[in-house]
Design a protein around this ligand. Structure first.
Ligand SMILES: Cc1cc2nc3c(=O)[nH]c(=O)nc-3n(C[C@H](O)[C@H](O)[C@H](O)COP(=O)(O)OP(=O)(O)OC[C@H]3O[C@@H](n4cnc5c(N)ncnc54)[C@H](O)[C@@H]3O)c2cc1C
Length: 286
């Protein structure tokens, strides 16, 4: 196995594009190294992207933020500006693992590992975040929900690397939140995760919303019906009931040892209702 640590995106994409065997990007390694050590994967090439300057910074971008692909969860949590604008995204990323894991893990690794239960992903989808992808044929930008295509699979082509995640500009009176259910108090995989982002008008009426569910389908879901239940309302009980029903209806979960299908369907509605109330409060709703 070759380990490479290039300092430019061009070198990194060339290395990956030219490799004939199994090639992997290494960010924090908190998924990759576990899979490697358990023999689940046998890489011929590992390309560590942490030395590439473009992946290491958090920059302002068109009123929002461009967050480099190797910025760790802990670094993101220490960024007061991102935390203020997108508290739901930051709380989702900071839920990953433990203090030790936080020092290494990245939200792009969470996205590219393509687990249906990944914690950062529903919050990123709700935030309308975009992934900036660099590959042998140049740069392209896609909505984050188009990255995972199935458990453990992504839409990235050979040689492509996600360089950064773009969080859009936040209109005034906006708020977001992420909640998950786990059987333990921490260090567990989400049974259900819900990300919600909303914007209110001056009268407290919800004028924009995005709702996303994790761990209830093969990939994280964007649920437009759930957003519709909130838009045009003051997010009162009737609207929250509709939101919960739309979230439950969108679920296509499996039964496993962490939760049954019926439990996941029910909990998706319960968490959506709670996350919406937190997002509304953060948006300044009374
Ligand atoms: C003890 C422990 C607890 C955990 N707890 C949680 C949890 O609570 N919630 C949760 O969601 N996850 C959890 N995880 C899983 C893991 O920590 C997260 O998914 C983390 O965000 C992965 O980020 P990373 O940078 O370490 O990814 P890596 O392991 O470096 O990479 C993960 C995958 O993404 C690919 N990849 C990474 N970066 C890029 C890039 N820029 N472009 C293209 N492909 C890329 C890699 O090739 C690999 O296939 C836990 C893991 C451990 C070991």
């Amino acid at each position: 196995m070759r380990y490479e640590r290039p300092s430019t995106m061009k070198e990194a994409t060339n290395l990956l594009a030219k490799e004939k065997g199994a090639a992997y990007v290494l960010a924090g390694g908190t998924d990759l190294l576990v899979r490697l050590r358990t023999g689940f994967i046998e890489p011929d090439l590992v390309v560590d992207i942490k030395k590439i300057a473009a992946t290491r910074t958090i920059q302002p971008s068109a009123g929002g933020f461009k967050i480099g692909a190797s910025v760790s969860g802990a670094e993101l949590g220490e960024n007061a500006k991102v935390k203020k604008a997108w508290p739901g995204v930051v709380e989702a990323v900071n839920l990953i693992g433990s203090k030790q894991v936080q020092g290494r893990c990245t939200m792009v690794g969470n996205l590219c590992n393509a687990s249906p239960a990944a914690d950062a992903v529903p919050a990123l989808v709700a935030a309308a975040a975009k992934a900036v992808i660099v590959g042998p044929k140049g740069k392209r930008t896609i909505p984050v929900e188009q990255v995972p295509t199935a458990p453990g699979r992504t839409s990235l082509k050979k040689g492509e690397i996600i360089e950064s995640i773009v969080l859009p500009k936040r209109p005034p009176r906006s708020g977001d939140a992420y909640l998950r259910f786990i059987p333990r108090t921490e260090m567990d995989i989400a049974v259900v995760g819900v990300g919600i982002s909303i914007t209110l008008d001056a009268k407290g009426v919800c004028k924009a919303a995005r709702v996303s569910l994790g761990a209830v389908a093969p990939t994280v879901l964007l649920v437009p019906e759930a957003a519709k239940a909130l838009i045009g309302t003051k997010m009162d009980k009737a609207a929250l009931d509709k939101l919960a029903a739309a979230c439950s209806a969108a679920c296509r979960p499996i039964d496993d040892k962490r939760g049954t299908r019926d439990f996941r369907i029910k909990v998706a509605g319960v968490l959506a209702r709670r996350a919406a109330q937190i997002a509304r409060k953060r948006a300044g709703g009374k």
